[in-house]
Design a protein around this ligand. Structure first.
Ligand SMILES: [Zn+2]
Length: 137
């Protein structure tokens, strides 16, 4: 299955100008991972159309999935990427808000206690706590 859409900044191989694209890291079902450098993109600056683009930076893969309690983001990280999205893709409907780490942890802990398979999310919860600096239980 294709991975979610992701914001990526690429550099044109001909004129060296940066450009933002929205694409899937992995596009399809065939198991073939095509690196961004081998994909054809059009350059609006110099007219180059073809491969050779260099990946400069990418939004976190979870950004366009927000709010998502398994993949939370901090508000400041979310705000940073929203600005870039609005600037470069004004027609794309932005994700409404981030699922904040504390919100995700609270939700998962509740589900972990009361859901059908207790303890199912313990590892995810601990991973989130470690990643966002909440300290483990
Ligand atoms: Zn170019």
């Amino acid at each position: 299955m294709a991975t979610p859409l992701r914001l990526s900044e690429l550099r044109c191989p001909r004129c060296e100008q940066p450009a933002w694209v929205m694409d899937n890291d992995y596009r399809g079902m065939d198991g073939v991972m095509v690196p961004y450098s081998e994909r054809d993109y059009p350059c609006t600056v110099c007219g180059h159309r073809g491969p050779g683009w260099r990946l400069l930076q990418q939004a976190p893969p979870e950004f366009l999935l927000q709010p998502h309690s398994l993949y939370p983001m901090t508000q400041s990280d979310f705000d940073h990427w929203i600005e870039i999205l609005k600037q470069h893709f004004p027609d794309h409907r932005p994700p409404p808000r981030p699922c904040l780490p504390e919100e995700a942890i609270r939700e998962l802990e509740k589900y972990d206690r009361e859901g059908p398979s207790a303890g199912q999310f313990r590892r995810t919860i601990n991973d989130l706590k470690a990643r966002f600096g909440f300290g483990e239980d």
